[in-house]
Design a binder for this molecule. Structure first.
Ligand code: ATP
Length: 498
């Protein structure tokens, strides 16, 4: 993870927000290459989700909506995380990410240990329990720890559990609900009547505009409304780089189906569509898994939620949630606004409220996944046969920030430079390309490997002296080289960059 964060900074993918002022926790900036990569992810999703399907239309709703939207959706009352304060250190923790265990020696509880959730929470608790036993010079057999999170702690246990900040018990508060929506005020007055929220998800835009789209969009069930846009959550513990941040971007789609339709089939189809889409942008199947939320943890209206999980370096985590939400949201807005959100069924001559399947994913989480899956360090041989390290980002050509680097073999040979410039300008009309004439050719290849450029073309003496006007095409992953014509290069790009 450290290497990936370092590369992201060094090569201009991702910077800390407001870095010169010390940064702002949970906020990030995407640099020249990062913004390209992010845009490519968004564009691929939009093309596949909206342009290439006949049953889905797009939407761009406002970030600040009427506050009643968030009352009806349940966010004002229920979009909360359990928060714990350490009264001594003033640190705050999410109760479900802070784990504890009793230290049991010869069957008796001698005290408690705590650890923040990590790849090896149980191991950390066990080590803490052993250290506790040694420090207190306890004799006897230590039982294996039993990890529970702080939402499961009994009131009498809370005061005995040490704060991770101080190592001492007695300073942690019981968990309380913390609403994650960012508040602001609309207009000149700053009072209760002007309170509004930055949206914590894009989905409500699709529900609130449902009737507008139906009345204007010539859509027929089943159909979907898709949106890409920023969402904001005042996360208690933003962490793992861009995985959990406070300002992030979502790509969400609400797929409306008839109330009598087979929701389970539609749900399965969307899970598979999302999985295939992740493969299409280059995520390896080996890193993906599915997690079905247990029935007892679902919201009362939810029929089922399956998350596509990704094996990040810091653990297997949610990447994409696919939820079958019934018709809860449309009903809530119908009740709160007094405006029915129904469709008319020509067959039964009855009105009904459609149900919905919601695939919701974060662009930043996808971007982090492609960086993690694509990053590799390898030993390779240079031209002289010496072994050297190369860092390579194996990004799919679909999303790579630069598709082709055009490299004249020498920068002081007019004929080479002229041909290279001409090719570069022609490619530039359709693709993001890069022109590099600095340094030896091996170094130039390495620079492109590191930013994930799938191909380099070198304009060399054979290009200008031999018939056929061919270039050397060098492939990033295999490092194989072959000669290729301009027409063949464009055909390759046409096939791979879609
Ligand atoms: P988590 O349990 O990780 O907080 P969630 O279940 O609350 O996520 P959803 O409300 O289902 O997430 O949001 C849909 C998607 O938006 C998530 O699958 C994730 O990809 C993305 N997302 C949610 N919260 C964040 C965040 N704080 N930073 C970056 N991406 C996020």
């Amino acid at each position: 993870m450290e290497n990936i964060v370092a590369l992201a900074k060094r090569r201009g993918f991702i910077f800390q927000s407001s870095e010169i002022y010390g940064g702002l926790n949970g906020f990030f900036d995407y640099g020249p290459l990062g913004s390209e990569l992010k845009k490519n992810i968004r564009d691929c999703w939009w093309k596949d989700m909206v342009h290439r399907r006949d049953d889905i239309v797009g939407l761009e709703s406002s970030i600040i909506m009427h506050p009643k939207v968030w009352e009806a959706s349940g966010h004002v009352a229920g979009f909360t995380d359990p928060l714990i304060d350490c009264k001594v250190s003033k640190q705050r923790y999410r109760a479900d990410q802070l784990f504890f265990s009793p230290v049991v020696v010869d069957g008796k509880t001698a005290g408690y240990v705590s650890a923040l959730e990590s790849e090896n929470t149980v191991g950390a608790l066990q080590a803490a329990a052993e250290a506790f036993k040694r420090k207190k010079a306890l004799q006897g057999t230590l039982a294996p720890v039993v990890a529970k999170d702080m939402t499961e702690a009994k009131p009498e246990e809370i005061e005995l559990i040490p704060s991770p900040a101080t190592g001492e018990a007695g300073s942690l508060t019981p968990p309380r609900s913390f609403n994650m929506m960012f508040q602001t005020n609309v207009g000149a007055m700053t009072d209760a009547s002007s309170v509004a929220y930055l949206r914590p998800e894009t989905a409500q835009g699709m529900f609130v505009d449902f009737k507008n789209v139906v009345d204007t969009g010539r859509v027929k069930l089943p159909f979907g409304i898709a949106q890409i846009g920023k969402s904001f959550r005042n996360e208690i513990t933003p962490r793992n780089f861009i995985f959990r941040s406070r300002e992030f971007e979502q790509m969400e789609m609400e797929y409306f189906i008839h109330e009598d339709a087979d929701w389970s089939k539609a749900h399965q189809e969307w899970i598979e569509w999302c999985r295939q889409w992740l493969l299409s942008i280059g995520l390896p199947a080996s890193h993906l898994s599915l997690y079905a939320h247990p029935k007892e943890k679902l919201a009362f209206y939810s029929k089922g939620t399956v998350d596509i999980m990704f094996a990040y370096p810091f653990g297997v985590q949610e990447l994409w949630g696919i939820a079958a939400r019934g018709n809860y949201d449309l009903n809530q807005h119908a009740n709160a606004s007094g405006k029915p959100q129904e469709l008319f069924d020509e067959a039964t001559k009855k009105k009904f409220v459609p149900h919905v399947i919601e695939p919701a994913v974060g662009v930043d989480r996808i971007l982090l996944a492609v960086l993690c899956a694509g990053y590799a360090e390898e030993d390779v041989k240079d031209e002289k046969g010496n072994v050297e390290k190369r860092t390579v980002l194996r990004l799919s050509p679909r999303i790579a920030p630069v598709k082709v680097a055009v490299l004249p073999l020498l920068k002081n040979k007019e004929a080479l430079v002229g041909r290279a410039r001409a090719l570069y300008q022609k490619l530039q009309r359709r693709y993001a390309v890069f022109y590099d004439d600095g340094g030896n050719i091996g170094k130039r290849y390495r620079r492109q490997d590191e930013i994930g450029t799938p191909w380099c073309v070198t304009i060399d003496f054979d290009t200008i002296e031999k018939p056929g006007d061919t270039f050397t095409l060098r492939e990033r992953d295999s490092m194989a080289q072959k000669r290729i014509t301009e027409a063949e290069l464009f055909a390759l790009l046409e096939e791979q960059v879609y």
